[in-house]
Design a protein around this ligand. Structure first.
Ligand code: SAH
Length: 215
């Protein structure tokens, strides 16, 4: 679990790349500077941890590409102390970036091995403001609602209604929608019945699946 000057140097280059690709929020770039992404990956990928690529993390899942993490984070318009729900914990990297920005993170994963492994890692790294849950995220987390922000990090065919209802008024939901490729969708809850939807760039995510997987 080492974070060396060499890793820090590699992070600076990644931050330059993110900046070039259009991420201009200094707080987000700072968060990428302070979270050691190589510790969220298998040791075999350590050398590539700070390239702008997605990697396998087991159980047929991937850690999102850094640009995708930065892009979704940017759209969330994060404020300190925001209560954020993340669907799709995966490696825990996105949750770590959100927590570094001063938010309280509730993150849900449907695959037990990932839930366990990532929970242990986040504890080891000292993230006290991240709570992990083993659940089907399509139902959200009603017992902890409402949330200021909700981020979905897997591809949905449509917007789960549970997530809309668990959003605070004035809150923002960021979700990739589509089958083969997904269009990022930003939803702002304007009142109990009114939602503004904005469709943005295309990405490729692993699918949002129903039910728990215990193997
Ligand atoms: N945010 C993650 C990205 C992981 S990939 C990261 O930073 O690494 C998406 C994750 O969503 C996978 O781990 C997958 O198992 C999980 N997932 C898919 N459908 C889900 C559901 N219905 N509920 C919760 N998690 C789900």
């Amino acid at each position: 679990m080492k974070d060396t000057y060499r890793h820090k140097g590699m992070r600076k280059r990644l931050i330059d790349t993110l900046h070039q690709k259009g991420i201009r929020d200094e707080r987000i770039l700072q968060a990428f500077d302070s979270v050691p992404r190589h510790l969220f990956l298998d040791k075999a990928f350590e050398e590539w941890a700070y390239t702008d690529k997605a990697f396998p993390i087991g159980n047929k899942q991937t850690i999102s590409q850094p640009f995708t993490v930065a892009y979704q984070t940017d759209l969330l318009e994060i404020r300190r102390r925001d209560k954020v729900l993340e669907i799709g914990t995966g490696s825990g990297f996105q949750a770590a970036i959100l927590a570094t920005l001063g938010t309280r993170v509730f993150t849900v994963e449907r695959q037990e091995p990932l839930y366990k492994k990532t929970g242990t890692l986040l504890k080891k790294l000292g993230f006290k403001n991240i709570r992990t849950f083993l659940k089907d995220g399509m139902d959200g987390l009603p017992e902890h609602a409402p949330f200021d922000k909700i981020i979905v990090t897997a591809a949905a065919n449509e917007i789960p209604t549970a997530l809309l209802s668990q959003l605070q008024i004035g809150g923002i939901l960021i979700i990739p929608i589509g089958k083969e490729r997904q269009q990022m969708c930003k939803i702002i809850k304007q009142s109990e019945r009114q939602y503004k939807r904005i469709y943005l760039d295309y990405f490729k995510f692993v699918p949002l699946l129903k039910g728990l997987n215990k193997s």
